[in-house]
Design a protein around this ligand. Structure first.
Ligand code: HEM
Ligand code: HEM
Length: 224
């Protein structure tokens, strides 16, 4: 490993990197504003009540971030069909035997911290691919329930498409509960995700963390 010949591989194209950071930023804003909507603090102020509109602002920011999050997500779905081999949908669904083998290998590294032998994938490893796929389903759920609730507050065409969700899921209260509970998925996902990115950066030594900034990974030549 020490003397291995290293090649530079352009893995994450610009649209994937833009998607990633817009997504990370909007999720952060949605979690913070969503939490405040669910548990509003009693803000005391000496000014005229009608001047205090902080909760309206929090909701506005939530909805603004929600539209950004939604269109960014739609763009990533499209890019999964036209992007390079590392961006395509095949990477997210383990349908080949080698991918399932790799899931087992990565679990050994991530959970049992056993072997630190370099993993085979240049793009996402098979386990990472599955967890991103699960997170995409969570994104979808959050958009459906969010726009379902938003339909009652808006005259716009897009939310109106989701108006049927609220009666289907048993009313506003139930939808808000589900939407709220799913927030914790994002909190957990982000914490574990960032930890694993840093950990794999260390065990693989391929520059994983910075790959989502510059697009490049550094891979042993005999692996290509
Ligand atoms: C990662 C994505 C998201 C997270 C983590 C999130 C989180 C939350 C949370 C925790 C609440 C408070 C629920 C409660 O009452 O306890 C909330 C409310 C709400 N969210 Fe989201 N949300 C996300 C995406 C969206 C999207 C895409 C929309 C679409 C417009 C949306 C629309 C709404 C609406 C309409 C409410 C209710 C606001 C109110 O009644 O004042 N959210 N969100
Ligand atoms: C400082 C924070 C973060 C860093 C350093 C980071 C870094 C990375 C890196 C390096 C990858 C590619 C890993 C690989 O080779 O498999 C990746 C992928 C990904 N990350 Fe993050 N991430 C961060 C925050 C987040 C957050 C907050 C979210 C959303 C909740 C997120 C969602 C994703 C998704 C969905 C992918 C797959 C990207 C794709 O193929 O479209 N990340 N991240």
């Amino acid at each position: 490993m020490q003397h291995a010949q290293i090649s530079r591989v352009y893995v994450w194209q610009l649209p994937v990197r833009f998607y990633h950071w817009i997504n990370a930023l909007s999720v952060l804003v949605l979690v913070i504003t969503g939490y405040l909507i669910g548990s509003p603090p009693a803000v005391q102020s000496g000014s005229e009540a009608s001047f205090g509109y902080w909760f309206g602002t929090v909701r506005f920011v939530h909805f603004l971030a929600a539209f950004l999050f939604f269109f960014n997500f739609v763009y990533r779905i499209y890019w999964g069909f036209v992007g390079n081999r590392y961006a395509r949908w095949q990477n997210f669904i383990p349908y080949r035997k080698e991918q399932l083998e790799e899931v087992k290998e990565v679990l050994k590294v991530d959970i049992f911290q056993r072997s630190v032998k370099p993993l085979e994938s240049v793009g996402h490893n098979a386990l990472a691919g599955i967890t991103y796929f699960i997170s995409f389903i969570a994104f979808l759920f959050q958009c459906i329930t969010g726009f379902g609730m938003y339909a009652a507050m808006s005259k716009a065409a897009l939310p109106a498409l989701f108006a049927w969700i609220v009666p289907l899921m048993g009313g506003d209260f139930a939808v808000r509960q589900w939407h709220h509970a799913m927030m914790w998925f994002f909190v957990l996902f982000s914490m574990i995700h960032v930890y694993l990115v840093f950990y794999h950066d260390y065990v693989e030594a391929r520059g994983v963390t910075s790959s989502m900034v510059g697009g490049w990974k550094f891979v042993e030549k005999h692996k290509l």
